[in-house]
Design a protein around this ligand. Structure first.
Ligand SMILES: NC(=O)c1ccc[n+]([C@@H]2O[C@H](COP(=O)([O-])OP(=O)(O)OC[C@H]3O[C@@H](n4cnc5c(N)ncnc54)[C@H](OP(=O)(O)O)[C@@H]3O)[C@@H](O)[C@H]2O)c1
Length: 378
């Protein structure tokens, strides 16, 4: 069971890999209210998926100029006013050589060779490389992690296939390659947990408020006091631009504070934002285990209190907060998310990519009603 739970977390955090059209549009109306006196030239490796557009908008809003590098496949119409250098990270990067930027934001590095190649090509001509990593780099979640905790290791460093199992160790190796090429004095590594907000194509966080909006009996895992952690995508984007402006170097977990938010809070906020009341059916971990719904994407964001992922929501983010990361109330994340969700087409919203199907949820609630545990609780 331990392994399965670990696979769940690894697979769960993989959300950034499959880039789907987010349906976002941009105002790209630039340059106002800069938080810095200086205007920076920023290159984003990626920029058109989920988190990239938030960074682009924030950088433009503060008066910086942004160049994108990508293959032109994902949401390729959203930033038509920006220069996009076309290329594939796995291929020839000579289009980037000889160009100068103040800072590079690497959002699309999953394969160590790709990170090494881009860092190598750019190194001489940049002042700052910011690599977006993940908390999945940690070797274990049986204990709480801070930035100095042991990282996952991949035995065969030639592996390039990104799966639920290899994602974390490969990102750890990407960090190492970036450090080798750039050096600590010009490198920022951010390790986000589940990134949430408008444009999230994984539906992991979105499942909870969007399911709440349908009302009725709703299955909730564990207890209302069960803690969870996320990071709002706009808070992450703000911290990325702050890091560039203030030259904040180092490695930072980017998460909400440990113990600041619970499943019960998520229920309450989801009901408040969607103006719906559900009848929550809290099922215990024994039941979840028996029905094997802790694995995969059935109960996204949530992790059991026992086993290898017991401390997955206890990642210490104090270092980033001391450096300036600000976490907005999660209720605001839900509000922004729901505003975006209502703009999506019905074909998209009727097929959520995470969470229990209506049929499965009804079956489980019926089974819970009949279970020994439930009888014992009565
Ligand atoms: N989602 C989460 O909860 C989560 C949690 C922790 C960490 N992360 C990290 O967040 C990052 C992903 O964010 P995102 O996808 O939203 O970033 P993004 O910058 O918004 O989108 C990904 C970009 O990468 C480009 N791209 C993909 N493959 C490429 C290639 N081979 N060559 C050149 N460009 C390529 C895509 O454009 P084209 O397809 O047009 O090339 C797209 O512009 C990853 O580093 C992931 O590890 C995510």
């Amino acid at each position: 069971m331990g392994n399965n739970r670990r696979e769940f977390l690894k697979a769960g955090m993989l959300g950034g890999v499959t880039v789907a059209a987010s349906g976002l549009s941009t105002t790209a109306d630039a340059a106002q209210n800069s938080g810095s006196e200086e205007s920076f030239q920023i290159l984003i490796l990626g920029g058109t998926g989920f988190i990239g557009p938030h960074m682009v908008r924030e950088a433009l809003r503060r008066g910086h100029s942004v160049t994108l590098f990508n293959r032109g496949r994902t949401n390729n119409k959203i930033f038509q006013d920006l220069e996009t250098v076309k290329g594939d990270r796995g291929g020839d990067l000579s289009v980037l050589s000889g160009r100068r930027w103040d800072a590079v934001v690497d959002n699309s590095g999953y394969v160590p060779r790709h990170v090494q190649n881009s860092a190598q090509v750019l190194s001489k001509n940049i002042a700052h490389y910011l690599y977006v990593s993940t908390i999945s780099t940690y070797a274990s979640f049986a204990e709480a992690n801070d930035e100095d905790s042991p990282l996952a290791v991949i035995e065969d460093e030639s592996i390039e296939e990104v799966t639920g199992e290899t994602y974390g160790p490969l990102k750890a190796l990407c960090e190492k390659r970036a450090r080798q090429e750039i050096g600590d004095d010009r490198l920022t590594i951010l390790r986000p947990t589940y990134i949430c907000g408008p444009g999230d194509h994984t539906d992991r966080f979105s499942y909870w408020p969007t399911r709440t909006a349908s009302g009725g009996d709703m299955l909730w895992p564990g207890t209302p006091s069960h803690r969870i952690q996320i990071i709002d995508v706009k808070d992450l984007a703000n911290f990325v631009v702050d890091s560039i402006e203030q030259r904040i170097m180092g490695t930072f977990n980017t998460v909400t504070p440990v113990d600041s938010y619970s499943m019960g809070d998520l229920l309450e906020d989801s009901q408040a934002i969607t103006a719906t009341t559900v009848n929550p059916v809290w099922v215990d971990e024994e039941f979840i285990d028996k029905h094997e719904i802790a694995e995969g994407r059935n109960l996204p964001i949530w992790h059991p209190r026992v086993g290898e992922n017991a401390q997955a929501s206890s990642v210490n983010g104090a270092r980033a907060r001391a450096a300036g990361l600000r976490n907005r109330p999660v209720r605001e994340t839900i509000r922004d998310l729901m505003s975006w969700w209502t703009t999506l087409r019905a074909e998209r919203t009727s097929q959520p990519r995470a969470g229990l199907s209506a049929e499965r949820e009804a079956e489980l609630i019926a089974a819970w009603g009949e279970s020994d545990t439930q009888v014992r609780h009565r």
